[in-house]
Write a protein that binds this ligand. Structure first.
Ligand code: OXD
Ligand code: MN
Length: 586
């Protein structure tokens, strides 16, 4: 008798009509074969074998370079279950609309069946997915980003407990592109894009959108968060998870080389993008990284901003939409101060400064996590790591101070729910526009975000040791537009302040928005920061915050009765504290 997986593969093959079907076993010989075939048909170009062994360039269709949120749908039977922030179609309507795009879409192509595990192979928290795709680039990238092949089939056995994901490049016409999630069936359909966030279905589609739905049903959390361990001079490691919107520095923070290394503070990487968090028997929240690789933004990455990833990137890496130098090496804006001579740009044309950037602003590297020198010895711990702090952060040129701590879990949920950030190139659309991005999950929450906030509140009630909640902003600027804070490895100073708060040794000042460090409580020695700059970084301006609250109220009103009353209460508390400050003048 065939297995549920075999039945599904037969069904989708009947729809898409591939020339041949290849079941991927995840072996290195299979990877080599696939790469060989992509080098032949031009899907990949090889970099210099001496300096970048096993590294390849992929140039995507220039219309297919980022996530396309406009055509990403949550397809629940009831519209209210998708909520006001998601695009919605009813499941049958969505399937009827998109099925014709899959019909015969794989004619003359190979269909790859990629079984994969999200999460460490031995972890009880891990889950199986199977992606069927007609893109060899996707099949190989899945092999870096997840644990694929035999290991997943062995875990699955004859069970039907897997998330099926059907993917086809289709004709790559943006008008024929859809990314559908049907959470009630745990089903994903993606057509018309080969871009990572749309096409590597284990990542955003499963590990966030479908998993967030499962997590609410099952009492855990699927979050858009990096996970790091901060080791102190005594060798104790404290784990923290941070939610920042796409392309706001999660990878760099997770992989940082600490500026306080000499003082004994070291940062270990557990994950750079997604955390699955489960309450443990001791009342702490335990996090696993469901992924096995990093799909990071290349521009701006260099030896200063992220030396760990630079080391990892020199072998077994796929680069997408970067420049190609005369020495057959990858290049992107910010890699070196001076662009090299004689480069080919991301579209395959000779580059000159007048024809735009050499690398697309959302160009990416795909690399195995284990290649990072910073990888934590516990990154595959089946039980996960206990989380002591949640950190929210966005890009805000004004308003948000460098760091503050929430007064309580409930206030922390409010601070996450009101997170706002200036948009980046990770999704198509205008860059630099302020948008609300609660918990950095706006594009990734697989259900009504009002209910999602309720789930956060509920999780806090279930934990005897909920993480402390902090909010950071590395991106505040002065009147001339210069960043006030140096960022990158110096961010460890802010993590250290959080650690000291957790240990009860750092001072903070009460403000209307939360607990802000006193200047003396931050470890700033060795950093040339003037008193005025520090004061500007820690400033909480009541007038600006009163305006901000109006925006928050507006945003909250979208959710109607689905918004938990606790969040209205927290907004009222901030207003009350702002009014009190205005009256007392403090
Ligand atoms: C990503 C994203 O690629 O958030 O991680 O867009
Ligand atoms: Mn992300």
């Amino acid at each position: 008798m065939s297995t549920p997986l075999e039945n599904w593969v037969e069904e989708v093959a009947g729809l898409t009509r591939p020339e041949r079907i290849v079941w991927c076993d995840g072996s290195s010989s299979e990877r080599e074969r696939l790469i060989e075939s992509m080098l032949k048909d031009g899907t990949l170009i090889q970099f210099d074998e001496k300096t970048y062994p096993n590294c390849y360039l992929h140039r995507s269709d220039p219309r297919d370079v980022a996530r396309t949120e406009k055509v990403t749908f949550i397809c629940t039977r009831r519209k209210e279950d998708a909520g006001p922030t998601n695009n919605w179609m009813a499941p049958e309507e969505a399937k009827n609309r998109v099925r014709p795009l899959f019909q015969g879409a794989m004619k003359g192509r190979t269909m790859y069946v990629v079984p994969y595990i999200m999460g460490p192979s031995e972890s009880p928290f891990s889950k199986v997915g199977v992606e069927v795709t007609d893109s060899a680039y996707v099949a190989v990238s899945m092999g870096i980003m997840t644990r694929t092949g035999r290991v997943a089939l062995d875990r699955l056995g004859r069970s039907d407990d897997f998330v099926p994901g059907l993917h086809s490049l289709g004709d790559l016409d943006p008008e024929h592109r859809f990314i559908l999630h049907i959470p009630e069936e745990k089903l994903i359909w993606s057509v018309g894009s080969g871009y990572g966030g749309n096409a590597l279905l284990g990542k955003k589609c499963f590990a966030l959108r479908i998993a967030s739905w499962m997590a609410r049903e099952q009492g855990w959390m699927a979050e858009h968060m990096l996970i790091l361990g901060l080791e102190d001079p005594g060798g104790r490691v404290t784990y923290m998870a941070a939610a920042f919107p796409s392309a706001c520095g999660k990878t760099n923070l997770a992989m940082m080389v600490s500026a306080l290394e000499d003082e004994g503070y070291h940062v270990w990487t557990v994950g750079d993008d997604i955390a699955w968090l489960h309450p443990g028997p001791d009342g702490y929240l335990y996090a696993v990284n469901p992924e096995a690789g990093f799909f990071g933004v290349a521009p701006g990455t260099n030896e200063q901003t992220n030396p760990n990833v630079m080391e990892a990137l020199h072998r077994n890496t796929i680069f997408t939409n970067v420049g190609f130098t005369a020495q057959k090496q990858p290049w992107w804006e910010g890699l070196t101060e001076q662009p090299p001579q004689g480069m080919i740009d991301w579209k395959g044309n000779p580059w000159s400064p007048s024809n735009g950037p050499a690398a697309h602003p959302n160009s990416r590297y795909t690399v195995s996590a284990r290649q990072s020198p910073s990888i934590s010895p516990r990154w595959e711990d089946p039980a996960g790591v206990p989380i002591s702090a949640f950190i929210f952060g966005g890009r805000r040129a004004k308003l948000e101070p460098l760091v503050y701590e929430a007064y309580s879990w409930q206030h922390g949920v409010y601070s996450g729910a009101t997170l706002a950030s200036e948009t980046t190139a990770a999704a198509t659309g205008a860059v630099g526009v302020l948008r609300r991005d609660p918990m950095a999950m706006l594009p990734f929450c697989g259900y009504n975000m009002g209910h999602y906030f309720g789930h956060w509140l509920e999780m806090g009630r279930r934990l005897t040791h909920p993480p402390r909640v902090f909010h950071v902003n590395w991106f505040r600027r002065d009147a001339d537009g210069r960043f006030l804070w140096p960022g990158y490895g110096q961010n460890v100073r802010v993590l250290k302040w959080m650690l000291d708060r957790i240990d009860g040794t750092a001072e903070a000042r009460e403000t209307p928005i939360g607990l802000v460090p006193t200047p003396q409580s931050l470890t700033l020695d060795g950093l040339k920061l003037s008193n005025e700059t520090l004061e500007a970084l820690l400033r909480v301006d009541s007038g600006d915050w009163s305006t901000e609250i109006e925006g928050v109220k507006d945003f909250f009103s979208k959710f109607g009765n689905d918004l938990p009353k606790e969040l209205h209460h927290e907004a009222e508390q901030v207003i009350r504290r702002l009014e009190h400050t205005a009256v007392s003048g403090s």
